[in-house]
Design a protein around this ligand. Structure first.
Ligand code: C5P
Length: 233
């Protein structure tokens, strides 16, 4: 199983993003492109970063009717990204359609992972807004298992949930985990954080790290430290 550090490139535009990546002259880190950057810079930013040799997690969290998601995933797959995602709450037909859309004529496809419940959703919102009267942990594991049964490759989750997800969905089901901080760095707006080393011990497959790297005085050194702590080498 490939384990890696993914840098969350939460920049507003193309110039800033490419300037940040220019600093990496030796390694080509895995990069997460989110909605803000994709909607501002467009698909060309994906192509430019890909051409530089970086693997890409395109974090657009699709959620629509199966036909629309299938056709959109085909577009994203043609950009040659490595990981895509969607909301598991779109249900099994949508997730299966997404996999069909992602599969290229040669049979290859990007990995597809699911958001279970957003970490901004709490028990109160679950009950009052979504009318789901089950404990949120149970809902998260149920959505993870539904994603697995639909054929997806993994979920985005907290490192605190990674071990349980593996218990429920199997060791090969990927856990992609944000909410990672160095022991000596600030948590920013993340509520529950883990160090890269603890995330490894907890079973995270990929850690998604933004500000501890992007806002560091020396981003390349911060990235290398993160890789060292996470991969233990
Ligand atoms: O800067 P920081 O390390 O907090 O960035 C974490 C990244 O992971 C951001 O792009 C954030 O949007 C994303 N994310 C998260 N928590 C989730 C899902 C995604 O922090 N539950």
């Amino acid at each position: 199983m490939a384990k890696d550090v993914i840098i969350a490139c939460d920049f507003a535009g193309e110039a800033e993003t490419l300037k940040f990546l220019d600093q990496f002259t030796e390694e080509r880190p895995f990069v997460k492109i989110g909605m803000e950057l994709f909607y501002s810079a467009g698909p060309s930013i994906v192509k430019k970063i890909k051409e530089r040799g970086h693997p890409i997690f395109l974090d657009l969290k699709l959620h629509d009717i199966p036909n629309t998601v299938k056709k959109t995933m085909a577009v994203l797959s043609s950009l040659d990204v490595d990981i895509c995602n969607l909301h598991a709450s779109g249900t099994t037909p949508m997730m299966k359609a997404a996999l069909e859309g992602l599969t290229r004529p040669d049979g290859t496809r990007p990995l597809l992972i699911a958001v279970t419940q957003l970490t901004s959703t709490d028990q109160e919102a679950l009950e009052n807004d979504l009318l789901i009267h089950e404990p949120i942990d149970k809902v998260v594991m149920h959505y993870a298992l539904t994603a697995k049964n639909a054929g997806l490759d993994g979920v985005v989750c907290s490192p605190l949930e990674a071990a349980k997800v593996h218990e429920v969905c199997g060791e090969s089901f990927l856990t992609v985990t944000p909410g990672v901080r160095f022991a000596d760095s600030k948590a920013d707006d993340q509520k529950r954080v883990m160090t890269p080393e603890k995330a490894r011990e907890a079973g995270s497959d990929y850690i998604v790290v933004g500000r501890p790297i992007t806002q560091a005085d020396d981003p390349v050194a911060a990235y290398r430290r993160c890789v060292k702590e996470f991969l233990g080498k």
